[in-house]
Write a protein that binds this ligand. Structure first.
Ligand code: C5P
Length: 246
């Protein structure tokens, strides 16, 4: 068993702890929900439970398709053991349908399908408010090399293909999402952080109802947890639930 020791990092929705194993950290998914660069903060009871399990399920499926992730184990709902990574401070955003900041920033019509998908990167920094960043700035800042960026882009497109199919099988359209990568001790680039309704836009295929954090951004707080539960129920099969004692 991996035992947590010192608090390493406290993010907006997760806390990361050192463990008795140098190569592993424990991530606790909290029920805190923020929007507008942290301007609004609420507690959504059950969010940590659903997001930790949904992340575990997606990372397992990605691993089965040959994508290296930091996931090791869901020890109990809300708590993951993951490989310790040196996180690259880039938010890699993939868009299959134009909406959100893309239609606010550029002259795309809302809900336009994007084929091929768009990939964007933001610099992850509270101090600088996550500005858009390009390859030359990322390299000049020493965050990554061109080879790293090429690998990240290729891997991200694969992740999008796998996740799109996975969600479609659950009757959900994967509109867009954000992922983050880190490097392990050997310098391999590994998918890290979380993939959950906090970091994806998910629409019901039939009704186009939102099943993600956008409900919170739009002030429909009462619908948030039901939507996350719906994603959980559609993605997890009976074997998953039995395996994780859910
Ligand atoms: O707001 P925007 O349209 O740029 O968001 C694109 C996608 O990236 C959405 O799925 C959103 O949930 C995700 N995102 C995120 N964390 C951020 C910024 C965006 O998970 N800091």
């Amino acid at each position: 068993m991996t035992t947590k020791t010192d608090l390493l990092y406290e993010g907006k929705a997760k806390s990361v702890y050192e463990t008795d194993n140098d190569d592993l950290v424990i991530v606790e998914f909290r029920d805190d929900m923020t929007a507008g660069d942290g301007a609004r903060k609420e507690t959504m009871t059950g969010k940590g439970y659903y997001n930790s399990i949904i992340t575990s399920k997606i990372f397992e499926v990605l691993e089965a398709h040959g994508i290296k992730t930091q996931f090791v184990e869901l020890t109990k709902p809300g708590t993951l053991v993951v490989k310790k990574l040196d996180m690259i401070p880039l938010e890699v955003i993939v868009r299959n349908i134009a909406t959100g900041s893309l239609v606010r920033t550029f002259p795309f019509e809302d809900k336009t399908p994007l084929d091929p998908p768009i990939i964007q990167t933001d610099y992850k920094s509270d101090e600088f408010h996550d500005p858009a960043i390009n390859d030359s700035i990322s390299i000049a800042l020493g965050l990554v090399t061109q080879d790293d960026l090429d690998f990240i882009r290729k891997t991200t497109m694969k992740i999008n293909d796998i996740m799109r199919d996975m969600f479609l099988d659950a009757g959900i359209t994967l509109v867009d999402f954000k992922i983050e990568f880190g490097k392990d001790k050997e310098g391999n680039i590994i998918l890290g952080d979380e993939i959950s309704p906090d970091s994806c836009r998910l629409w019901d295929v039939e009704t186009q109802d939102m099943l993600d954090k956008e409900l919170f951004r739009k002030g429909q707080d009462d619908k948030v947890i039901d939507a996350y539960e719906e994603v959980f129920n559609r993605l997890l099969n009976d074997d998953d639930k039995a395996k994780w004692n859910l």
